[in-house]
Design a protein around this ligand. Sequence first.
Ligand code: NAD
Ligand code: MLT
Length: 323
Amino acid sequence: MNPLPLQFIGLTMPKVLVSDPIDQVGLDILSQVAQVDVKTGLPAEELVKIIPEYDALMIRSGTRVTKEIIEAGTHLKIIGRAGVGVDNVDVPAATRQGIVVVNSPQGNTIAAAEHAIAMMLALSRHIPEANVSVKNGQWNRKQFIGVEVYKKTLGIVGLGKIGSHVAAAAKAMGMKLLAYDPFISQDRAEQLGCRLVDLDLLIRESDYISLHMPKTEETYHLINAEALAQMKPTARIINCARGGIVDEVALAEALKSDQIAGAAVDVYENEPLEENSPLRELGQKVILTPHLGASTEEAQVNVAIDVAEQIRDVLLGLPARSA
Ligand code: NAD
Ligand code: MLT
């Protein structure tokens, strides 16, 4: 039996602040038990000012929930991240304050994996530039000769939920698969059709490298100048995981000096990407998207429901599933 919404048992409605765009379906779930205020794009100082009014905060990747915001959130019980990565939340600070942090570990898996595959193919066939060129009235077929992914080696770094789906799709396209993941067994990798290898070998032997691990102290700038120098000059790298895993300055240098052939990037160390980022100046060797990995209608409905239900339950006094 569903617990009674609080307004029916004579208590004040709790308040939820939604500070990034969230699908309406999630807002509807929260509205059953709480007053829901949607205020997106707030500067950090404004968030610090208003957060004391709220019992719950729901975000995507746009809001950085710092220690200052958490400490000001004296009534906060829960922070819900409508997505996978909670690296934009100071989780230790929240834990110290008894605030539970929840996420949606699976709601956008397919969306993110499909984005990585789309980036790999778009990069290989120069689709973004060819599209712009035809729309500008040109018919330049020679400039856009691409490469096939069939029989090429894809190195997957991070063979979790998204990495596994990328492996299945790439296998179906006839690619050979290498994987590096320190927490995955040889058996699991083999089940997914991947040869589990060390990172150096993966970097040296791959024609494509796709990153699918979290951003942690260990993975910060894991792909740096030294790693890029070991890649084949014909290799291409795809980052749909997290900004900061790749050193962007080193990546731009490696592309400029033809050390590697291309890069497709969805996530950046600072978002939005700085106007003067060297990545913006590299023509058709680089494809940039504005953190779109999870931006499908389906994924946004999935993550909104997943996280809104967890917030609702905590506001009703039920146990949470923490991130
Ligand atoms: P997951 O937890 O299922 O998988 C991550 C994998 O990375 C795990 O298997 C883990 O063992 C592995 N890993 C951890 N440390 C590693 C290291 N040092 N080297 C190699 N592998 C390591 O997570 P997921 O749902 O597959 O998400 C993967 C990444 O994609 C996360 O960073 C997540 O935030 C990001 N993501 C981005 C978007 C987007 O919009 N671009 C959308 C969803 C997820
Ligand atoms: C995630 O970690 O789930 C992604 O960053 C998706 C997002 O919220 O854009």
